[in-house]
Design a protein. Structure first.
Length: 263
């Protein structure tokens, strides 16, 4: 249940920053660079206080996977319908994570049933017809693949390599700035996005930091399924802020699936 509480808090942060990106005209490597730059002072302090002595390289791999995810997500939202990309990516990512974990850990039938139930609930939410269904599904699967990749790696880093979490996140942040600085051409233009970027810069690492902490209390497969709670929170925010009509029956199915995995 501790993991469930952490994942619920993470879901609130995740849904909030997605809502901010959705409402604003934000995106691209420049925006990701700006978000990382805003968190750089915190990353430097964390490195000074807790410089890793072992497995520091794990943060570099995490950076590469997370940067690929961030850029892919921005591109997916730019080219595909949000109502197709979002549910497909959030529904299929847990299954992409759960299946590989069967190779090195024992996944109970309860976790598998919870994953299936969660998948059903998320797919039920996409009631509106997409103008570009095939493209949206493909982009959603690409985002889901990126999500599964960094979830599996970060789970391995936390549970097997026993990385120091603050330093792990800090290395990933600093390395991301270095990488994107070579990609972003107009740094001055990117700096003008700081007002839109700072809430995302706070909520995004907070969201995933809570996920990494949850990995200390629950298997990686269960955490991956539990992360779909952000779809539930997103549905509520969509109703309150964007005046959309969420599928409440589908939300109930998602909650049931998450509880089945987490309890």
């Amino acid at each position: 249940m501790i993991a469930l509480g952490l994942l619920t808090a993470s879901a609130c942060c995740h849904a909030a920053w997605n809502l901010l990106v959705k409402r604003g005209s934000l995106g691209g490597p420049a925006f990701v660079w700006m978000c990382s730059l805003l968190t750089l002072p915190v990353a430097v302090v964390l490195l000074v206080l807790s410089w890793p002595t072992e497995a520091w390289w794990a943060g570099l791999i995490s950076m590469a996977l997370h940067t690929t995810y961030a850029v892919t997500l921005q591109k997916a939202y730019a080219l595909g319908d949000f109502t197709t990309v979002y549910p497909v990516s959030r529904a299929t990512a847990p299954l992409l994570v759960t299946v590989p974990t069967l190779l090195w850990s024992t996944t109970s039938p309860q976790v598998i049933a919870g994953a299936a139930l969660t998948l059903l609930g998320v797919l039920m939410m996409d009631r509106r017809r997409s103008r570009r269904p095939a493209q949206g599904v493909l982009l959603g699967l690409l985002v889901a693949s990126c999500t599964a990749a960094y979830t599996l790696w970060d789970g391995f880093a936390v549970t097997t390599l026993h990385v120091e979490l603050p330093a792990y996140l800090a290395i990933s942040n600093v390395a991301q700035i270095v990488l994107l600085s070579t990609i972003v051409r107009d740094h001055r233009q990117a700096l003008t996005q700081w007002r839109q970027a700072w809430p995302v810069a706070v909520l995004m690492p907070a969201s995933y930091g809570l996920v990494l902490l949850a990995l200390s209390f629950a298997p990686v497969g269960a955490v991956a399924v539990g992360r779909t709670l952000n779809v539930v929170i997103g549905g509520v925010l969509g109703a309150l802020v964007l005046r959309e009509r969420p599928h409440f029956a589908a939300l109930a199915v998602v909650v049931a699936g998450v509880l089945l995995v987490s309890i």
